[in-house]
Design a protein. Structure first.
Length: 201
């Protein structure tokens, strides 16, 4: 496949290759942490491609706080099962770390609260790629602004591993889809000194 700087061309070529069995859809976990839900709302409203097209043709979204049908412990089981596969981790929102992250609980499992801090640690340690979606995940954003009562930090600062940043408030959904298409087709995109895809930043 020939690389292009046009996000929709990348998306369409990726989908075509998946349809022709030259590529396979990749599993994804979309973890919403301490943000405003603006990233997922923005992505739901995108038209190039729309969310149905994206989910049916490009990725197998195994876990999403907002979009999956399963709930409660059944949803968390899907999260845990995905950890043993090849997957992309998408995180939107900063990671609160004060008091072991108790100010942001994303699930309850076997009577135990699962914090965003714990979920990001579990998935971030096993994901093939980690994508920080939006300004809060990329840099801390408003969640990390003074007085920062929950001690929120960026995904990169929390995980201390390579993170692909797709900042914006909200992130441009076409740029996010283009970044994911590039990952599926070619692997990690070229990044600038701030970890952002040079295709778009």
């Amino acid at each position: 496949m020939i690389k292009t700087n046009c996000p929709m061309e990348n998306v369409n070529r990726t989908i075509l290759d998946i349809s022709n069995n030259n590529l396979k859809k990749i599993n994804a976990i979309w973890l919403e942490t301490s943000g405003c839900a603006g990233e997922i709302i923005s992505f739901l409203n995108t038209e190039n491609p729309d969310i149905i097209y994206f989910l049916e043709k490009m990725v197998d979204l195994q876990f999403s706080n907002s979009l999956m049908a399963a709930e409660g412990e059944f949803a968390w089981d899907k999260f845990l099962d995905t950890l043993d596969t090849e997957f992309i981790l998408l995180v939107d929102g900063a990671i609160p770390i004060k008091d072991n992250g108790i100010y942001n609980v994303v699930a309850n499992y076997n009577g135990k609260p699962i914090t965003a801090m714990e979920a990001t640690t579990l998935a971030g340690g096993k994901a093939k790629y980690v994508v920080a979606v939006g300004t809060c995940a990329s840099y801390g954003g408003p969640t990390a602004a003074r007085p920062n009562l929950s001690s929120g930090i960026s995904v990169k600062d929390f995980l201390n591993r390579e993170v692909i940043r797709v900042p914006g408030c909200p992130a441009n959904p076409v740029w996010l889809a283009g970044t994911i298409a590039h990952i599926i087709s070619f692997g990690k995109p070229e990044l600038d000194s701030d970890g952002r895809p040079t295709l778009f930043y």
